[in-house]
Design a protein around this ligand. Structure first.
Ligand code: XCC
Ligand code: SF4
Length: 649
């Protein structure tokens, strides 16, 4: 493969190198399969294909010709809205099923039924318990934790009324959700109802379907996902700023290279512990290696980066490349975003692909099932399996040189302390800097990678550079965070190099990068919490929809991204997606999502395929919110402020 061809697939040198190597090794990658899928089904792409019953599948003609209705009479808008609703339900289910697993383990830990996990962050335990209205007094930590675990677990299946975590949203937002009838009960109930409503012959009014999609998505963002993040922090520690490295170059030729890929820290936390066990290191030496290098892919990478500074090997489209390096002894996977091609790619090398989760097996992979009740023991077995594979390397190894420094670990608590200091931790300085215009606004850029938006990472990086250049501070999670970290945007020096003068000044004063890594996909709830904290701090309106803020997922691909995008919208955020959008063939529902819904929930969707253009749409929205807040003279005032201060110096 020519360099040019590799450059069309990825912007970073490490990926380009391994894409070319995979091609030489006759390994098929996601980009190749994407090409083989062309042309993709236009009906599907536009949301105009339904196969919810066996009278279908039915397609709607997007050009206005026949047919315009499915056999059951469903219109384009109904079909597209149902599709959107089911994507939301699946995405919410993925996050929330993850969250439930955390809650179960949390409760078992609190009860002392399992011994390998412990409560690491007591301060956060108390805080979260109080959010649940649990009495603290002089009660035992254990009692508080058991009560919290029980109440948290009950949230998922809550049938009536509201769950305690929605109270973390601004008051005005809660009232709006109640008034609109989209305050979620338990997320399980909303997901089941979404599936029911989108069955043939139930909900056939697109607005009503989208309304329930909102309720389901809020149940994810302010429920399932938030429970996952908060309980994980209590169990494993709340992230604090930590330095590390990112990209495929973090693998080391003389070491046993173990990659954890997927989502649940219940597994990866134990792998981290097992890989650092002196006995395991001795075993690795026995097998001829110098040591063990652990790294991560996808959100598992983000989880162990945030809490331990473990380096990140790559994002979603780099999973096959890591194996093509020829030096990956084991790729340990659990749930979500794992490609079925991994065992096939691994056939050309020596990598052992180890599935670990009962819910996620892969044909052709080995399965070592992980159970929380003897977690560390299983984690050690898994690490051992990797070590034993070290002598089996075959073919030519190639570890790209490319890697980049980054600072991760920006929980919303950390941002609080960093900005305000430990003694007067507060969002005040952030709000003040937004009010005085040094920071123009907040951008949340999240989500996946997608061969549709090749070259890999280019959409994320172009968008984020454009935002920070215009003084928008960027909060990131998921593979988008990994993409921008690879591009060098997550080191403090990036502020001087890429950020506008106002943002650069703030970053320099506080010592933070202009782009903050806030964690994994479920950790988008951290962005919600940060937004709620900014509202609470005051001076920027009294709801999230008043904030000069916008969201985006420029390389999105998963149903989880739709759920995330929609809970951002339903929380009052303007949210832009690129690549494709699942309702574009249906005029009324798309118009509602892109315009009309704003009247109902204060946020709305947009689609724009050019990431720089999309960044400018976000900036325009931020500016319009600044204007509504009376801050539109802000930028001028900044110049005055700076000049004034210089005059004083
Ligand atoms: Fe998956 Fe969470 Fe998307 Fe990356 S970003 S491809 S969902 S790993 Ni959340
Ligand atoms: Fe066709 Fe209606 Fe059945 Fe969908 S539900 S496949 S539109 S008949």
């Amino acid at each position: 493969m020519s360099t040019k061809e590799a450059e069309c697939r990825a912007i970073d040198k490490a990926s380009q190198e391994l894409i070319a190597k995979a091609c030489d090794d006759c390994v098929e990658l996601s980009w190749d399969r994407y090409e083989k899928q062309q042309p993709q089904c236009g009906f599907g792409l536009l949301g105009l294909c339904c196969r919810h019953c066996s009278m279908g599948p039915c397609n709607i003609n997007p050009f206005g010709g026949e047919p315009q209705f499915g056999v059951c009479g469903a219109s384009a808008d109904t079909i597209a809205a149902r599709h959107f609703g089911r994507m939301t339900a699946a995405g919410a289910a993925a996050h929330s099923d993850h969250g439930r697993g955390v809650a179960e383990t949390f409760l078992a830990t609190a009860k002392g039924e399992i011994k390998d996990y412990a409560i690491k962050d007591e301060r956060k335990l108390y805080k979260f318990a109080m959010d649940f209205g649990i009495e603290i007094g002089d009660r035992d930590v254990k009692d508080i934790a058991v009560e919290l675990g029980e109440k948290a677990l009950a949230c998922f299946g809550n049938q009536e009324g509201e769950i305690p975590t929605v109270k973390l949203a601004p008051l005005k937002r809660q009232e709006l959700w109640r008034k609109q009838g989209i305050m979620p009960r338990g997320v399980d109930r909303e997901i089941v109802e979404m599936m029911h409503r989108t069955h043939i012959g139930v909900d056939m009014e697109y607005k009503n379907i989208i309304k329930h999609a909102s309720r389901t998505a809020i149940g994810d963002g302010w429920g399932g996902s938030m429970l996952a993040t908060e309980l994980q922090d209590i169990l494993f520690g709340t992230p604090e700023p930590v330095a590390s490295r990112v990209n495929l170059g973090v693998m080391e030729e003389e070491n046993v290279n173990i990659i954890v890929h997927g989502h649940e820290p219940l597994l990866s936390e134990m792998i981290v512990a097992a890989a650092q066990d002196p006995k395991m290191l001795a075993y690795a030496e026995e097998k001829g290696a110098k040591g063990i290098t652990l790294s991560g892919i996808c959100c598992t990478a983000n989880e162990i980066l945030m809490r331990h500074g473990i380096p990140i090997a790559g994002d979603f489209l780099q999973q096959e490349l890591a194996i093509a390096s020829g030096v990956c002894e084991a790729m340990i996977v659990d749930i979500q975003c794992i490609m079925q091609s991994l065992p096939i790619v691994a056939e050309c090398y020596h990598t052992r692909v180890l599935s670990t989760n009962e819910r996620g097996k892969i044909e052709g992979a080995e399965h070592i099932e992980f159970h929380e009740d003897h977690a560390l023991e299983i984690a050690k077995d898994i690490v051992k399996a990797a070590i034993e594979n070290f002598p089996n390397r075959k073919g030519n190894a190639c570890i790209p040189k490319d890697q980049m420094d980054l600072i991760g670990g920006f929980s919303h608590e950390t941002i609080n302390y960093l900005l305000g200091g430990t003694f007067r931790a507060s969002y005040r300085p952030l709000n003040d800097n937004i009010i005085n215009g040094r920071i123009r606004g907040i951008g949340g850029v999240v989500g996946c990678n997608n061969p549709r938006t090749s070259p890999l990472d280019s959409y994320h990086v172009r968008m984020v550079k454009e935002l920070i250049k215009h003084d928008v501070i960027v909060l990131q999670t998921g593979c988008s965070a990994i993409a921008c970290a690879k591009a060098g945007l997550m080191v403090p020096e990036a502020a001087l190099k890429y950020a506008g003068p106002g943002l650069a000044e703030v970053c320099e004063t506080v010592g933070i990068p202009p782009v903050l890594h806030m964690g994994s996909c479920v950790d988008n709830s951290r962005i919600l919490m940060a937004a709620a904290a900014v509202v609470k701090e005051g001076g920027l309106g009294d709801d999230i929809s008043d904030l000069p803020a916008a969201g985006a997922a420029p390389e999105w691909m998963s149903e989880k991204a739709i759920s995330i995008g929609h809970y951002f919208v339903a929380s009052g955020v303007y949210t832009v997606f690129s690549g494709s959008f699942p309702t574009l063939g249906a005029k009324k529902v798309t118009d509602y999502l892109f315009n009309g819904i704003e009247k109902d929930v204060g946020g709305k969707w947009a689609f724009e395929n050019d990431p720089v253009e999309a960044a400018h749409m976000m900036i325009a929205h931020i500016d319009s919110k600044r204007k509504e807040l009376g801050l539109d003279k802000g930028t001028e005032r900044v110049l005055m402020d700076m000049a004034d201060r210089r005059a004083l110096d």
